[in-house]
Design a protein around this ligand. Structure first.
Ligand SMILES: Cc1cc2nc3c(=O)[nH]c(=O)nc-3n(C[C@H](O)[C@H](O)[C@H](O)COP(=O)(O)O)c2cc1C
Length: 184
């Protein structure tokens, strides 16, 4: 797949088959993340363990319900809504809590992974909702189980898997975002 095709084909997939991602494909996705532009440390936790994924999912859902944020409460109330959408792989990107470029470093790595996953034929989605379950002192022991180093905070996550036929919970049609000026 050429680069623009992968960029245009990438979309947020929110329903997955219960089928593992082959290890060699997963390694390529992680490798892509590690070649992103970078200005500082970050850590990638690859969580395939179903029981831990379920706990992170459930705690995220709970936090969405109790967030006091209208959009999150409404999403969480949709019938059958699961914030990790049943994906077989959850990739967490964490970085130093006080690092000025932590969000940028992790998100650039995440986008590379999303594009690689698309190029290999997988569905994927960029998420920030798991931060509700894994950030802060009250979530420290779960964060530790999830391999997030001490002093690091979760910035974002990527889920990967085989897309289910019906992409439930889709937010809307994909459109080009942002605005552009050419100054010649
Ligand atoms: C900062 C940020 C946070 C996001 N968090 C979530 C999330 O927690 N859950 C989710 O399903 N999608 C999340 N998304 C995905 C967006 O909803 C999605 O990218 C957007 O609707 C455009 O759709 P597309 O990715 O299919 O082009 C997030 C995207 C960004 C940039």
């Amino acid at each position: 797949m050429d680069i623009l095709e992968a960029i245009a084909k990438r979309k947020s997939v929110r329903a997955y088959l219960d089928k593992p991602v082959p290890a060699d494909d997963l390694e390529k996705i992680i490798e892509a993340g590690r070649w992103a532009p970078n200005a500082g440390p970050f850590h990638i936790s690859v969580i395939r363990n179903p029981e831990l994924r379920q706990r992170i999912n459930d705690r995220t859902l709970d936090a969405m319900v109790n967030s006091g944020i209208e959009f999150l409460r409404k999403r969480a109330a949709l019938p059958g809504y699961q914030p990790l959408y049943g994906a077989p792989v959850l990739i967490l990107l964490s970085a130093p809590e006080e690092g000025p470029y932590s969000p940028v470093n992790t998100s650039l790595a995440a986008e590379n992974m999303l594009l690689m996953a698309t190029g290999l034929g997988f569905g994927s989605c960029y998420l920030v909702s798991p931060t509700l379950a894994l950030k802060g002192e009250s979530n420290r022991s779960l964060a530790e189980e999830a391999g997030i180093p001490d002093g690091y905070g979760l910035v974002c996550a990527v889920i990967v898997g085989y897309a289910a036929a019906e992409n439930k919970f889709t937010v809307g049609e994909r459109t080009r975002k942002g605005s552009v000026s050419y100054i010649d």
